[in-house]
Design a protein around this ligand. Structure first.
Ligand SMILES: [Zn+2]
Length: 251
C-alpha cells in the first residue's frame, strides 16, 4: 500500500472511532420492570447484620457421662422387679461381688440361679462395666436391712417391688425398703485384693453418670451400712468410700 493510502485508511478509522464516541458500543439497558423499580428503591447495600453464631448442639450431661464409660447394656427382664421412677431415687449402694468372675459371668449367674438377686451395674477390675437392670427399675441388691433402717434411711416398702424370690432373714433384719429407693453397683472384688485404679476410675465415671441422669447427688452407702454384719464392701474399700461420700470420687 502506498503511504497516502495508509494515511487515508488511518484517517477513516480515526473518524469512525470519533463518530462512536471512542467507546465500544453498549446495548441500551432495558427499561426496568415495575418490580425492579420497587427493588431499586431499597438501599444498594443491605444494612449490616450481626452474624448469628450457629447454636452448639445441646449435649445432655447424662449422655456425655455415659459416652465416657466403657459400658455394655445387657438388660435381663427376670432381674427387674418393678418401677422406680426418678422421684424414688435416694441412694447409691456399693457392693463387692466377692468372687473372681467377671461382670458378664456374674450377671449370667444372677439370671439363672433363681434367686432374682442382682445389682444394676457390675464394674470389672479392668474398668469395663455391664448394666443388667435399667435405672428406672428396681433391682434386688440390698435385700433386708436392720430393724429400724427403713426409718433411719427414710425408705418404705410400698409394694412397687414385686419381692419375687425374697426370703426374710430374721427378726433382726425385717426392714425392706432400700431396693425401691436405690441403685446398686457391684465391683468385681474378693476380700484382700486391691481395687485397681481402672476399676475405681470407672466407678467415679459411673457415679457421675448416675448423678447426671437424675440431676442430683444420691447418698452413697455400702451394703453393710444397710445390713449390719454384711461383708461388702471389703475393708480395703473404706478409704475410697469416705472419699466418695465426701466428694464423689475415689481419691
Ligand atoms: Zn452386697
Amino acid at each position: 500500500m502506498r503511504p497516502f493510502r495508509i494515511a487515508a485508511v488511518v484517517l477513516t478509522l480515526v473518524l469512525a472511532l470519533a463518530a462512536c464516541g471512542g467507546t465500544p458500543e453498549v446495548e441500551p439497558a432495558p427499561a426496568p420492570s415495575p418490580a425492579e423499580e420497587e427493588l431499586s428503591d431499597k438501599p444498594a447495600v443491605e444494612p449490616e447484620v450481626e452474624p448469628v453464631a450457629e447454636p452448639e448442639p445441646e449435649v445432655d450431661p447424662a449422655d456425655a457421662a455415659w459416652a465416657a464409660l466403657d459400658i455394655t447394656l445387657d438388660v435381663r427382664e427376670g432381674l427387674c422387679h418393678g418401677d422406680k421412677g426418678p422421684e424414688y431415687q435416694r441412694y447409691i449402694v456399693l457392693h463387692d461381688t466377692e468372687g473372681d468372675g467377671d461382670a458378664s459371668s456374674v450377671i449370667d449367674w444372677w439370671d439363672s440361679n433363681g434367686s432374682y438377686v442382682a445389682a444394676h451395674f457390675v464394674v470389672n477390675r479392668d474398668g469395663s462395666i455391664v448394666q443388667c437392670v435399667p435405672l428406672d427399675m428396681i433391682a434386688h441388691h440390698a435385700g433386708f436391712g436392720d430393724a429400724g433402717h427403713n426409718e433411719l434411711y427414710g425408705v418404705t416398702d410400698e409394694s412397687r417391688d414385686d419381692m419375687r424370690g425374697t426370703t426374710p432373714i430374721g427378726d433382726w433384719a425385717p426392714d425392706y425398703g432400700m431396693n425401691s429407693y436405690s441403685i446398686g453397683i457391684e465391683m468385681v472384688h474378693v476380700g484382700g485384693q486391691d481395687y485397681p485404679e481402672e476399676q475405681l476410675e470407672a466407678l467415679d465415671g459411673l457415679i457421675a453418670y448416675i448423678d447426671a441422669y437424675y440431676g442430683f447427688e444420691s447418698t452413697i452407702i455400702d451394703h453393710k451400712a444397710w445390713r449390719s454384719g454384711n461383708s461388702d464392701t471389703s475393708p480395703e474399700f473404706a478409704g475410697f468410700l469416705a472419699n466418695y461420700q465426701d466428694h464423689r470420687t475415689h481419691d
